[in-house]
Design a protein around this ligand. Sequence first.
Ligand SMILES: NC(=O)c1ccc[n+]([C@@H]2O[C@H](COP(=O)([O-])OP(=O)(O)OC[C@H]3O[C@@H](n4cnc5c(N)ncnc54)[C@H](OP(=O)(O)O)[C@@H]3O)[C@@H](O)[C@H]2O)c1
Length: 290
Amino acid sequence: MSTPAATPPGGTWTLGDLTVTRFGYGAMQLAGPWVMGPPADRDGALAVLREVVALGITHIDTADAYGPHLTNQLIREALHPYGDSLHIVTKVGATRDEAGGWPPARRPEELRRAVRENLENLGLDTLDVVNLRLGDAQGPVPGSLAEAFEALVELQRQGLIRHLGLSNATAEQVAEARAIAPIVCVQNMYNLAHRHDDELLDELAEQGIAYVPFFPLGGFSPLQSEALTAVAARLEATPMSVALAWLLQRSPNVLLIPGTSSVAHLRENVAGAGLSLSEEDLAELDKIGR
Ligand SMILES: NC(=O)c1ccc[n+]([C@@H]2O[C@H](COP(=O)([O-])OP(=O)(O)OC[C@H]3O[C@@H](n4cnc5c(N)ncnc54)[C@H](OP(=O)(O)O)[C@@H]3O)[C@@H](O)[C@H]2O)c1
């Protein structure tokens, strides 16, 4: 593996005992349409993953449900054996049906199987971080996570998981999990226009827990806003760069996992996220999600 380049914008954060770049990469967009089946451009997908590492990014977010299985297999093909600095964060708790849906799979035996499949497909003996994905496609759903989370804690005791996290979780579920075992991150939907988690994000910052927004660029429907376009035009930057820079400046515990299937977009995002936003820019951008 080539020597990593300079650290991408944002510096680093520590997930438990693992240091990762705050600028990470979300691998979901590498699979086929609606995250089902193989990518249209397989070599292009492998090239994106290799470029992630070449740019110095040390945090990749994935799930065995992407493809399903295929995205993890691509990561393994492109990057295994992994360098010591690279950390792969995966999630369990949802599976795929034939229609491309994401039905929950949170019974203990389903979680044990998902952890085993992640290990096999990624070619690892231990998963660095496993997020328990809760809720449904519409967002978090209240309810106890104890049985599912305790099943993952048991796999952690067996040495199959290094650190635990949550995804698509309510503040109450975060508190419930933390009463059972430490977590290092929460991965929920959040971006310039979708700020339901502002309070949770700030609480996690105080507790030294990472907040990892999924859909940082708006997901399947990229962010569109007149204010964002206006600020980007003033700074001679792309709206995507401004959206990522805003997240990096939002709080030190925010880790980015923007997705792309394009090497050009990946480079553009890494280059652009270092943009420094003024108080005036931030005030204008803040109005988008309020
Ligand atoms: N925990 C969960 O339930 C959950 C749910 C969803 C996602 N996730 C994670 O979060 C990660 C990020 O979410 P996401 O990838 O769905 O959404 P995203 O990062 O918000 O946006 C990705 C979209 O933006 C486009 N894009 C990226 N850079 C661009 C640029 N410079 N110019 C124009 N378009 C650009 C991509 O298209 P191109 O491919 O053309 O660049 C893609 O369509 C995922 O990869 C996944 O790891 C987790």
